[in-house]
Design a protein around this ligand. Structure first.
Ligand code: ADP
Ligand code: MG
Length: 247
């Protein structure tokens, strides 16, 4: 497989904050249809890596190619349009709007003929909202105010808001933090389903959850990759046990 066939190809990526290299010559490839989980101790640079891919933070050096197009230097909003969706740790939903409205406002206006003239909820948009609501398990809650959802449901709604844009790369930072056991299970199912047509990158600490969803695990440490491979190999790697799993 050549490097141009990956959904995401990160090569020699570096970012320095006042001389401190939070990401240090990191190289990483992610396939379409893959769930990649990134693990590693606090401060390893996991969140910073997602910041660099989505454009929130500017790279100091190196390359980030998405479907073989260079992202370094591209504006954050253009990266969203190219198909990159990023979920942050705290959900950013509109608490006083209904679930339906939250999904509706997330429909990419650029794709609607009414985009410039103000939004009209067409049949096409409604169908998409319904499909996404089914996917995230909230089709029975469309008329509910989002603020009344459980913590887990709010997380799924935010994933749904990203899915409205049909991202080809979806990045999630610690999506199950604070969830109940049942919500974790449902989230694992959800992530497996939504990786069918896209690449998914998940940062997670919960090893049982990682085992359930990961096709491949990347272990980060001090801005570099310490190990990478299937979960069972990574888990038995003495280097990984030493810096992360042993604690
Ligand atoms: P992780 O998500 O793996 O816990 P982070 O990516 O949040 O780690 O942080 C990696 C390192 O980079 C930490 O030492 C953090 O303090 C530092 N860092 C992250 N963002 C910035 C920033 N904008 N300015 C300065 N230092 C930062
Ligand atoms: Mg983090």
């Amino acid at each position: 497989m050549s490097n141009t066939d990956f959904a995401l190809a990160v090569e020699d990526l570096t970012v320095s904050f006042d001389g401190f290299k939070a990401i240090d010559k990191l190289t990483l490839y992610v396939n379409r249809d893959e769930v990649r989980v990134i693990i590693g101790p606090n401060g390893a640079g996991k969140t910073t890596l997602l910041d660099l891919i989505c454009g929130k933070t500017k790279a100091s050096a190196g390359s980030i190619k998405f479907k073989n197009e260079e992202l370094v230097g591209m504006d954050e909003h253009l990266r969203v349009r190219r198909g990159i969706g990023r979920k942050f740790q705290t959900p950013s939903i509109y608490e006083n709007l209904t679930v339906f409205k939250n999904l509706e406002v997330s429909y990419p206006t650029g794709r609607s003929v009414f985009g410039a003239l103000g939004f009209r909820c067409t049949d096409e948009v409604r169908a998409r909202i319904q499909a996404v609501a089914d996917e995230i398990g909230l089709s029975q809650h469309l008329t509910m105010e989002a603020g009344l959802l459980s913590h887990g449901q709010k997380q799924w709604l935010e994933i749904g808001m990203l899915l409205m844009q049909e991202p080809e790369l979806l990045m999630l930072d610690e999506p199950i933090a604070g969830m109940s056991a049942r919500e974790r299970e449902l989230t694992a199912d959800l992530l497996r389903r939504i990786s069918k047509d896209r690449a998914v990158i998940v940062i997670e600490h919960d090893m049982d959850f990682v085992k359930q969803i990961a096709h491949k695990v990347t272990v980060m440490h001090q801005g570099k990759i310490l190990a990478e491979g299937p979960m069972d190999a990574v888990q038995n790697d003495p280097k990984v046990i030493d810096v992360y799993l042993g604690h």
